[in-house]
Write a protein that binds this ligand. Structure first.
Ligand code: GCB
Length: 595
């Protein structure tokens, strides 16, 4: 009997605690278009490699009790870090740190009875648990996508004590998993905001041009509550468009409407329209572009014309600062280099990058490829990993599906065919198709085989039938020696679909000169020749739809050890860590100018 009572008590205690936990939610559409204030700036932090913070309940702002009480962990008087910002680049002790850091900040907020108040995080790498005024209010996993927590019922008047436990340790079932070729920057790496909305607000909307029709706009709006017959007004003043919709019993309204004299978005004319949405209590507006995008045969069509993808890859990193990019200025720095190179598409490697980059890229006329970090070594047998991948993928699509620049949803990078992989990635594809049919689906494959009898590169992968465009990462001249002269090599990979070379390249140290035929010279001449050879080979691929060199800038990676040539940097950049152009840059610039 006693045992039973104890069990019951435990169960009750567990349920009460669970009831207090508000799950982190998908972020609402267009958070930057809401009423918000930033919680950026200096935050107090505690580095906690032994995870002692829980024992001390450091998320509770507890005063000392009497003369014999004391604290061994405290925020006041300790280290302070900038938010947004990775911790590695802000303090030498944290350069290689992988583990837990606690962040704390006091804030106050005016509340009125008819408002919702949310805490919004642009990204926290990798796991985060959020405590407000001593109570755990939410948790999130995934380092590159946003989440929000409704804190309306948790805030107090006066000072609120916000604590985040952030953990960037690598795990087998995480995404990315244990090993990857970029720096594991930990911390609160993007904006933190307090966002206010009316009680019933416009939670999500999706407004895009039809895949094929140049004058048909599809609109879907979802309220935060299941309110039926609510009136939703949509206006695009420059097109003289004023629509009225009404919600169904799920609080959703949708329609497809014709428009006249629409100027479509393209890299040459990246035109955006101001779109306004309003309900009885809520209004929101944002600039949205419209374009048609589809695949026919082996070509990609943008606004009805075949388009050649002059792509470039980059990480969300400012090499000179040796840290994560997080601001508008950083976006300008990265994107203006891509523009000067002559690119019209950016593959945001290998994770969703911040909204400053995505929004500015659209304004500057870049098409975009976005993916979640399903990068090699993923545990495709794990149900938990699949759940995480689906959540991350949804968070990415929900954040960016109104960006017409978004051309590709990348499904995965360099995976090997197997039953578990196939069913895992099929779920991601299905999820994607449920949320958005206006993008092209692709995945970067690297298991390309050389057929000696036919002098041909081939690929066998059952996943290709579910994708619109087949992308290949191929490092000829770097990891793979040339089997024949570049001009003697043919490609026979999904000949009826567009083929995109999503990565190729090799390493060179800026300013190092040497033998153009010897990889280990790490010379600009070797990299330059490698680029010439690869381009010579690619142009004869019958279904070539574009290329994207790996990579625009040298980037930091603990995967790259050579003390003289690399020293913690992957040197495949066309531009060095100090911002200087290597010889190969000019080869690509020239190629892009001619295509
Ligand atoms: C790849 C990966 C990329 C690496 C690159 C390299 O195939 O997709 O993340 O950084 O190769 O430099 O080896």
């Amino acid at each position: 009997m006693k045992k039973r009572l104890a069990c019951l008590f435990l169960l009750l205690w567990f349920c009460c605690n669970q009831a207090q936990i508000v799950r982190a939610q998908f972020a609402m559409t267009n958070v930057y278009g809401r009423k918000y204030s930033l919680l950026n700036g200096k935050w107090d932090v505690i580095i906690d490699p032994y995870l002692h913070g829980h024992k001390d309940s450091i998320y509770k702002d507890k005063p000392l009790k009497g003369k014999f009480d004391f604290k061994e962990y405290a925020f006041e008087g300790g280290l302070r870090l900038n938010v947004p910002g990775d911790w590695n680049s802000q303090c030498p002790e944290l350069k290689y740190y992988e583990g837990t850091v606690w962040y704390a900040k006091y804030f106050s907020v005016q509340r009125s009875s008819d408002e919702n108040i949310f805490l919004y995080f642009g990204a926290v790498n990798y796991r985060s648990t959020v405590y407000l005024n001593g109570t755990k209010i939410g948790a999130h996993e995934g380092g590159f996508t946003p989440f929000q927590i409704n804190i309306t019922d948790h805030i107090v008047s006066g000072n609120n004590f916000l604590v985040l436990e952030v953990d960037n340790s690598r795990n087998k079932d995480a995404i990315p998993a244990l090993l990857y070729d970029w720096w594991n920057y930990g911390g609160i790496t993007r904006d933190v905001m307090i966002v206010k909305t009316p009680q019933v607000y416009i939670d999500h909307y999706f407004i895009q041009l039809d895949k094929y029709k140049p004058d048909l706009i599809h609109v879907k709006v979802q309220l935060s509550e299941k309110r039926v017959n609510e009136n939703i007004r949509i206006a695009i003043p420059a097109l003289n468009v004023f629509w009225q919709l009404s919600t169904d019993s799920t609080g959703m309204a949708q329609t497809s409407m014709k428009v006249k004299r629409l100027q479509r978005w393209s890299p040459q004319t990246p035109h955006l329209y101001l779109v306004q949405l309003a309900t009885r209590n809520d209004t929101i507006e944002e600039e949205i572009g419209f374009r048609n995008l589809y695949v026919k045969g082996k070509h990609i069509y943008l606004n009805g014309n075949p388009v050649f993808m002059k792509g470039i890859n980059f990480h969300e990193e400012i090499a000179q600062r040796q840290g994560r990019a997080f601001s508008q200025q950083d976006a300008v720095a990265l994107l203006s280099e891509a523009k000067t190179l002559g690119a019209n598409l950016i593959r945001l490697a290998h994770y969703p990058q911040n909204e400053y980059i995505v929004r500015l890229a659209e304004k500057m006329g870049f098409m975009l490829w976005e993916e979640i970090p399903l990068w090699q070594n993923i545990d495709f047998n794990s149900k938990a990993t699949l759940r995480k991948a689906l959540a991350m993928h949804s968070e990415m699509v929900m954040r960016d599906r109104n960006r017409c620049a978004l051309t590709f949803w990348g499904i995965a990078n360099e995976t090997s065919p197997s039953k578990p992989r196939d069913s895992f990635l099929r779920e991601i594809i299905n999820n994607c198709q449920k949320m958005d049919t206006t993008r092209l689906l692709t995945a970067a494959f690297d298991k390309v085989k050389w057929n000696n009898d036919t002098s041909t590169f081939e690929l066998e992968d059952t996943l290709t039938e579910y994708l619109d465009v087949i992308s290949i990462n191929k490092y000829m001249g770097w990891y793979h020696p040339w089997p024949l002269k570049p001009s003697e090599i043919s490609w026979n990979i999904c000949p009826d679909k567009p083929l995109f070379i999503s990565e190729f390249g090799g390493e060179a140290l800026y300013g190092r000169h040497g033998d153009a035929t010897v990889a280990s010279s790490w010379s600009e001449e070797y990299q330059e020749q490698l680029y010439k050879d690869n381009l010579e080979m690619f142009v004869s691929i019958p279904n070539l739809a574009g290329i994207a060199p790996w990579i625009l800038f040298d980037f930091r990676s603990p995967y790259r050890f050579h003390p003289l040539n690399q020293n913690g940097w992957n040197r495949k950049g066309l531009i060095s860590d100090q911002g200087y152009r290597k010889k190969a840059w000019y080869i690509i610039n020239d190629f892009f100018r001619k295509h």
